[in-house]
Ligand binder design. Structure first.
Ligand code: TXA
Ligand code: MG
Length: 318
């Protein structure tokens, strides 16, 4: 992995669909084009995440953020008070939002933030688009607060790190959900609760209080599942089933058929997963048979997600 201070090299690498670690005031992020499913899949692969945890979208200004998310009164107040800075807001996706569905793990919401670090700001402006960036560490390890940490953790996984020295905050951003009427702190971080409460003039609960309605993102009930029923590990087709294939499925004759990856590549399949589930829904299919996906690399996260999508669900609450 190469370390550089040259913003234009980094921006052109990102434009070509590549991944770059870059500094923010909280921790280093592993960045890729937030509109590009393939770049997002590559981020999950580099981090080795066992699940598709949704990622945070980074933009250079509140103005830009409004292109992608819908901000209610509370969200506007928080953005105006604390952006740029160590605060992430979870808001509904705007209509026609161009952010990769894989980036928000198929949720109807979006986590978005405006970082304050001067290099992050410069990079976002030079790149000219939204960057999705989880902390630049292998899954399960500690978030990196220097370019050196990134080099140690992700060596061999990515090509480039933009060196901006030590992160000043050193803790991840505070995440606040602004989906309901009352804001909820989903993750404590660089911005403290007292400052949020002072700005809003109300008490703000956190998911850990046990009083708040929402808990960890992995348990969100709004996780996207298609309207159709799903049958996993399908080697053959039953009457009326559409096929969501993987690898060579030429022997299967479905009226409606999409293939996650004709050549059987799990990273490509990950990039296509959420958008293809949505496509099948939009076509109005009732039953989906899904080919077996090898449980290796990103295959594990794909299978985890498919299992959730296939699980019996309470339609009344959606
Ligand atoms: O300080 C930070 O936030 C750093 C820097 C790089 O910006 N990023 C970071 O990203 O910590 P990551 O991927 O390590 O953590 C993102 C968190 C996860 O806990 C994820 O579940 C949550 O954000 N998240 C993302 N989208 C969400 C959504 N739509 N609803 C609820 N939680 C969401
Ligand atoms: Mg992290």
């Amino acid at each position: 992995m190469k370390s550089t201070k040259d913003i234009s090299i980094v921006a052109s690498h990102l434009r070509a669909g590549g991944l770059v670690a870059f500094p923010t005031e909280t921790v280093y992020g592993l960045g890729g084009d937030a509109r590009d499913d393939n770049a997002v899949a590559a981020i999950y692969a580099a981090k080795g995440r066992p699940q598709f945890n949704p990622l945070i979208v980074h933009v250079e200004s509140f103005e830009r953020a409004k292109e992608f998310g819908v901000f209610n009164e509370v969200a506007i107040k928080l953005a105006e008070n604390f952006w740029p800075g160590p605060l992430t807001l979870v808001v509904p996706r705007a209509e026609g939002c161009q952010i990769s569905l894989l980036a928000s793990a198929g949720l109807d919401s979006l986590a978005i933030r405006v970082p304050a670090h001067p290099l992050a700001q410069k990079l976002l402006r030079e790149f000219g688009g939204p960057l999705v960036a989880p902390s630049a560490n292998p899954s399960g390890q500690i978030s990196p607060t220097s370019a050196q940490h990134v080099m140690v953790g992700l060596d061999g996984k990515i090509d480039l790190v933009l060196d901006g020295g030590q992160c000043s905050v050193g803790l991840e951003s505070t995440i606040v959900s602004c989906l309901g009427e009352r804001p909820i702190i989903l993750r404590h971080g660089g911005l403290v609760r007292a400052d949020i409460e002072a700005a809003l003039g109300i008490e703000v609960l956190s998911g850990n209080d046990g009083k708040a309605a929402l808990t960890a993102p992995g348990q969100l009930t709004s996780h996207y599942a298609p309207n159709a029923s799903m049958r996993l590990n399908a080697q053959s087709l039953q009457a009326g089933e559409a096929l969501l294939g993987f690898g060579d499925v030429e022997s299967l004759q479905a009226q409606v058929s999409l293939n996650l990856s004709p050549l059987g590549n799990v990273q490509e399949a990950a990039a296509n997963l959420f958008s293809m589930m949505r496509q099948l829904d939009e076509m109005g299919v009732q039953k989906i048979a899904v080919s077996p996906i090898p449980n290796q690399g990103l295959g594990e996260a794909i299978n985890d997600r498919l299992k959730r999508a296939a699980a019996p669900r309470d339609r009344g609450s959606k």
